[in-house]
Design a protein around this ligand. Sequence first.
Ligand SMILES: COc1ccc(S(=O)(=O)[C@H](CC(=O)O)C(F)F)cc1
Ligand SMILES: [Zn+2]
Ligand SMILES: [Zn+2]
Length: 159
Amino acid sequence: HIQGTRWNKNVITYSIARYTRDLPRNTVDSLVQSAFSVWARASSLTFVRSRSRNADIVVEFVTAAHGDLYPFDGPRGTLAHAFGPGLGVGGDTHFDDDEHWTAGETGFNLFVVAAHEFGHALGLKHSRNPKSLMYPTYKPSRSANLLSREDVANINQNP
Ligand SMILES: COc1ccc(S(=O)(=O)[C@H](CC(=O)O)C(F)F)cc1
Ligand SMILES: [Zn+2]
Ligand SMILES: [Zn+2]
């Protein structure tokens, strides 16, 4: 069955509205870009960075209550969340800045978490397959074979 909704276009814009102090800005920029390219390589989607808050997917690092109905919970617990495709808040992806974000194996690896969240921002639900990026549990060592065949099949399912 088709999981959730999908964007009704192949070129999707994103902007980074707020950064974390855990990493240099250009590191966040490149990890976010790499996380989008995981999905671009597996589909016909193209991701274009924009400077506008009207981008399809607005990415930001926030803490606790931050203007939507899903306040974050301090260190650990929920690491991030993303809204499914749609106008306005649709696609927007928030990272809990009470976590320690890294580019490596310590703390929480931003690339791995972002790739998972962008799966949600593209309309994917969780997978029960531990090999899938969309499996609901964080594993740092996942950065190798990121997407499973199931993830690739799901992102290419069109309504
Ligand atoms: C592998 O990437 C993630 C795994 C688990 C999470 S999470 O623990 O923040 C999860 C949120 C989510 O699945 O997106 C939980 F329900 F809060 C985020 C990214
Ligand atoms: Zn939020
Ligand atoms: Zn998830």
